[in-house]
Design a protein around this ligand. Structure first.
Ligand code: HEM
Length: 502
């Protein structure tokens, strides 16, 4: 007979699983949202599940987001949750390989490179890059179609992945990276990316060929960036990009960033922006193809502000791009229904009581998340919570311009405390840790790439739709949760045809 010890009542409820160690990994891995919604019905907003031996305590809803993302970094550690995944890819001495205070300084350095002045230069560069891509790339030869009635087809994510890396390298990453994009760099990128998967997260030390290739690719890519920095130093040439911004930054103790740290921050930025932006762009194009009324509204917005009498378009400025309500709401809504990062994790360094307003075992009791657990916030759940959003799963950008709707009400997007209507501008919602809308996270680890992502996505989507009409011959695909970033499941084809003005 087995002795069953009574469970500590202060521990959050544990999700039942028949399989020891593996626990709920399969249900969570296949469809985390469905798994969390089901668990919430049974256990409430706070519960613990087993993920390959780790104990993961999930905190759902806006209060759950606040608990995890607003937690003290001394108690909830991002570096201990992520370093084994990220350090082999990004490299030493940056991001989660350094104490949090050092990374916070590094984030400030990156912000300098994400300046409005740089952004102003980037809009035209991205337009050019997308135009060029549509003219020359094999999968996307719209200019070669003579008959405007002819429809072609492309895989939404394959095409968006190419456009994203081309436009990010032309702008943030710098001309040397862009010049090598057709050559060695893209191979290195692919090998490195092959080491940034859920498998690498769950099992950091497997003796697999892909792990070896990842390490090899990291060394070469690091050397590639260090070489760029060295050549720039020798020639005195610099550009309006992130490398040049990082070269001038100093730590509080007066130290300049060593070359290898600049190189590793550049790799981290490349990886942070690539799949997140290309996933968002693919979902946005898929929905626009599916919803031709919104597509038409977006096109007419472009015609109204940038259309020439002959049907062609002039370039947008950054300031103009920030003031396009249809384009802005298309991106916001896409990030609500399809946030690229569904789970944000922290390692628990010391016992942390759960606020009773979030969840409690009884009227007088308090749950405690013990040291050694992980905590997990899932904004993807609160972003489609039927208690908050009307028709939560419907992709409907107009909800963002409805002053009575959840979007405006919950986030105070359109009214200040005196009820005055104000516009916080492109991509500027959900700053608080207790918002149910958090595609970019919140708190000290919040994304710093949001403005760049809006700029990049907005310019790409506008430039594509100026040139072509799109439609779907299938429903909008479901989520594929087997990659680090939530992608559309295949098939995810978009049908397109050239617009008449060419
Ligand atoms: C952090 C989402 C694009 C750089 C984050 C976090 C999220 C996120 C959810 C918080 C992670 C956590 O708390 O553990 C997104 C989305 C993007 C995007 C949805 C595009 C649509 C970018 C881009 C860059 C970038 C383009 C770089 C230029 C970063 C950095 C952090 C971050 C440096 C900070 C990590 C930390 O402090 O621990 N992002 N991101 N992101 N992101 Fe983004």
């Amino acid at each position: 007979r087995q002795l069953v010890l009574p469970r500590d009542p202060s521990l959050p409820p544990e999700v039942f699983s028949f399989i020891p160690i593996i626990g709920s990994a399969i249900s969570y891995g296949n469809d985390p949202l469905n798994f969390f919604f089901k668990c919430r019905e049974k256990y409430g907003d706070v519960f613990t599940f087993i993920l390959f031996g780790r104990k993961v305590t999930v905190a759902l809803g806006a209060k759950g987001n606040n608990f995890v993302l607003g937690g003290k970094s001394t108690a909830f550690s991002a570096e201990e949750a992520y370093t084994h995944l990220t350090t082999p890819v990004f490299g030493k001495d940056v991001v989660y390989d350094v104490p949090n205070e050092v990374f916070m300084e590094q984030k400030k350095f990156v912000k300098v490179g994400l300046s409005t002045e740089n952004f102003r230069a980037y809009v035209g560069m991205i337009e050019e890059e997308v135009e060029e891509f549509m003219k020359t790339d094999g999968a996307f030869l719209i200019y070669q179609m003579n008959d405007i009635n002819e429809w072609g087809r492309f895989d939404a994510t394959d095409i968006m992945a190419q456009i994203t890396i081309l436009t990010a390298s032309r702008t943030l990453q710098g001309k040397e990276v862009r010049e090598n994009m057709d050559k060695s760099f893209s191979e290195l990128y692919n090998a490195l990316d092959g080491g940034f998967t859920p498998l690498n997260f769950l099992f950091p030390n497997l003796p697999l060929e892909s792990y070896r290739q990842r390490d090899e690719a990291h060394k070469k890519m690091s050397a590639f960036y260090v070489d760029i920095i060295r050549k720039r130093k020798e020639s005195g040439d610099d550009a309006q990009d992130m490398i040049s911004a990082l070269r001038t930054q100093k730590y509080r103790d007066g130290r300049l960033l060593p070359d290898h740290e600049i190189a590793h921050i550049m790799i981290a930025l490349l990886m942070a922006g690539q799949h997140t932006s290309s996933a968002t762009g693919s979902w946005a194009l898929l929905h626009l193809a599916d919803n031709r009324d919104v597509q038409e509204a977006l096109y007419q917005e472009q015609v109204k502000y940038f259309g020439n009498p002959d049907g062609s378009f002039r370039s947008m400025t950054y300031e103009e791009l920030r003031k396009l309500p249809v384009l802005d709401s298309v991106i916001r809504e896409t990030l609500r229904v399809h946030p690229p990062i569904h789970s944000i994790m922290r390692y628990v360094r010391s016992d942390v009581p759960v606020p009773p307003t979030l969840a409690a075992p009884s009227k007088d009791g308090t749950y405690v998340v013990p040291k050694g657990h992980y905590v997990l916030a899932c904004a993807a759940v609160s972003q489609v919570d039927p208690h908050i959003w009307s028709k939560p799963l419907a992709w409907d950008p107009t909800r963002w311009s409805d002053p009575e709707g959840a979007a405006a009400q919950a986030f105070n997007t359109y009214a200040d405390e005196n009820g005055e209507k104000i516009d916080y501008g492109f991509g500027a919602v959900s700053k608080g840790t207790d918002s149910p809308y958090q595609p970019f996270g919140a708190g000290r680890h919040r994304c710093i790439g949001e403005q760049f992502a809006y700029l990049q996505l907005g310019t790409v989507i506008a430039t594509v739709l100026r040139r072509m009409e799109i439609k779907l011959d299938q429903p909008v695909p479901e989520h594929n949760y087997h990659t680090m970033i939530t992608m559309p499941k295949k098939p995810r084809n978009i049908c397109y045809r050239r617009r008449a003005f060419d």
